[in-house]
Design a binder for this molecule. Structure first.
Ligand code: GLN
Length: 507
């Protein structure tokens, strides 16, 4: 557990409302509706990333353009948690609109901290949420994860961060960055807390068109159960299955863990590699079988992400024009068409403008085919890589039955041939431990994007992924540094509870 007690700038909404930083809204356990799963007492005060709408607080996205924005309604996920006895401890600082990896691109200033986090990146964009949990200012926090924004800060600050399968937690009232990738994620000090928070917040919400319906959730469960049964029979036939009677309770004898070779990149810090090895050893000691796997398109995932996310962002952010949304720049009444450009020029920070320009370019008729459409194809290849290695079939893209009467059309949607099949994938969350903020400020934007290299593949495929914290072993530690590294567990779509379960075994 980190020693730091306070995190200046992390719960900025509480501070900027002039309340003392410990002025949390008191718990009201009576607000728990009968029959609903309740949050544990540790989770009742939860902090919320400031791009998730709340009614007693402003919702600013850490942007000048929304600095006075008061949502008329509260996000679906916040309503769910309130109904289960939770209360909002405060809103947390972030990279403007979720764009960044170090929580330094905020209108309110970067998240800064006391030792051991002083001068060290807390990761981004949900850095405020992660450090608020790490420094025990709240029991749990909500963040958003579009390309790693919950997992990366969790890895850097030594807490657990979970990104559920796309569509499981309602995004109604979550201000969009890149809709096809955005998810609400949870940060907590243990996997057990993540599990109960996920169960409390993962429900269909008809107000969010991407929220999975009850019926789809049921079908996904059935499909995963069927896949698991089929896989069990296959392994039994091959004599690969441990005898369930001889198995000790809690052993992982029947778990196959994929170790993706492409994640062993040159830039991987020796300390992180060491932690990765330790994590795999823990799983192996508990009986799991380690299987080397290949996800060949991983190397293209980052470039695809940085085409797709800015493209969606450029489209989403066009509404902040000072007329429909956003703070209008002073003294401009629209004459001469200046209103939009002055308002937007003034309202957005540098990184947001860079993404809008990038996205507008890749969507332009000149560049669309070469960038946007190619990136969509890469996204599909990344998804197929995962589907190929997971034993469980992707419930959203089931393998087609072979149809003898129509052989030409009977192309399997999932290539289940090839490498051995696994239940989960275990890899680092980021290639390095948290960098010094000074080094970050000297980096180019592209260097900055590199931090997301291990988190974006699961985002592109919509898969559940969790970052479990480890402390770097002696001999690998950096002086005056918190020395945390995150290990990521990725599962098949809808297999969130298995991902969480494997994470528990690593704690
Ligand atoms: N760092 C990534 C980006 O800037 C991820 C952000 C996120 O997940 N919100 O786009």
């Amino acid at each position: 557990r980190p020693a730091a007690r306070s995190a200046e700038g992390s719960i900025h909404r509480v501070l900027s409302h002039g309340l003392p930083s410990n002025a949390f809204i008191p718990n009201n356990p009576k607000s728990t509706k009968a029959g609903l799963l309740a949050l544990s007492p540790f989770q009742r005060d939860f902090a919320i990333k400031d791009n998730i709408a709340t009614t007693p607080f402003l919702t600013t996205c850490a942007s000048r353009t929304l600095q006075w924005y008061q949502s008329p309604f509260e996000a679906g996920v916040v309503q769910e948690l309130r109904q289960r006895g939770g209360s909002v401890a405060g809103k947390t600082n972030l990279d403007e609109f979720g764009m960044g990896s170090h929580s330094t691109n905020s209108f309110f200033g970067p998240v800064t901290n006391e030792p051991p986090f002083q001068g060290i990146s807390v990761g981004g964009s949900s850095g405020g949420s992660a450090i608020a949990v790490a420094t025990e200012q709240c029991g749990m926090a909500l963040g958003t994860d579009t390309g790693g924004s919950v997992r990366l800060p969790a890895a850097y600050t030594g807490v657990t961060g979970f990104k559920p399968s796309y569509g499981y937690i309602s995004r109604w009232g979550v201000i969009p960055y890149a809709n096809s990738l955005d998810t609400v994620g949870i940060v907590a000090s243990s996997t057990l807390l993540i599990e109960s928070a996920f169960q409390c917040s993962s429900h269909p919400d008809s107000r969010d068109p991407t929220s999975l319906t009850e019926d789809t959730r049921r079908r996904i469960k059935v499909s995963l159960r069927r896949s698991k049964r089929r896989e069990r029979e296959r392994r039994l036939a091959l004599g690969e299955l441990g005898d369930p009677i001889i198995e000790e309770a809690n052993s992982l004898v029947n778990l196959r863990v994929g170790v993706p070779m492409e994640y062993n990149i040159e830039e991987l810090e020796p300390s992180v590699k060491r932690v990765w090895r330790s994590a795999l050893e823990i799983l192996q000691d508990k009986g799991a079988t380690l299987v080397p796997i290949s996800l060949p398109n991983t190397k293209h995932a980052l470039s695809a992400y940085y085409v797709l996310a800015p493209a969606e962002a450029a489209s989403n952010l066009s509404k902040y024009d000072g007329v429909r949304y956003g703070t209008r720049a002073d003294g401009k009444d629209g004459a001469g068409g200046l209103l939009y450009s002055v308002t937007r020029g003034h309202g957005f920070g540098e990184e947001v403008k860079r993404r809008i320009l990038l996205g507008s370019y890749t969507l332009s008729s000149e560049a669309r085919d070469n960038y946007f459409l190619k990136a969509q194809k890469v996204r599909r290849l990344v998804q197929q890589d995962f589907d190929r290695v997971f034993a469980a079939e992707n419930p959203l893209r089931p393998t087609q039955q072979f149809d003898l009467s129509n052989m030409d059309e009977s192309i399997p949607m999932q290539d289940k041939l090839g490498p051995p099949q696994v239940d989960v994938i275990v890899c680092p969350t980021a290639p390095t431990i948290a960098p010094d903020l000074e080094d970050v400020s000297n980096q180019t934007p592209v260097d900055n994007y590199m931090n997301d290299v291990f988190t974006v593949p699961a985002s592109l495929a919509g898969l559940p992924a969790i970052s479990v914290p480890f402390t770097v072993p002696r001999g690998f530690r950096k002086l005056d540094h918190p020395n945390y590294a995150g290990i990521q567990i990725i599962g098949q779509f809808g297999d969130d509870l298995r991902v969480i379960d494997v994470a528990k075994r690593l704690e």
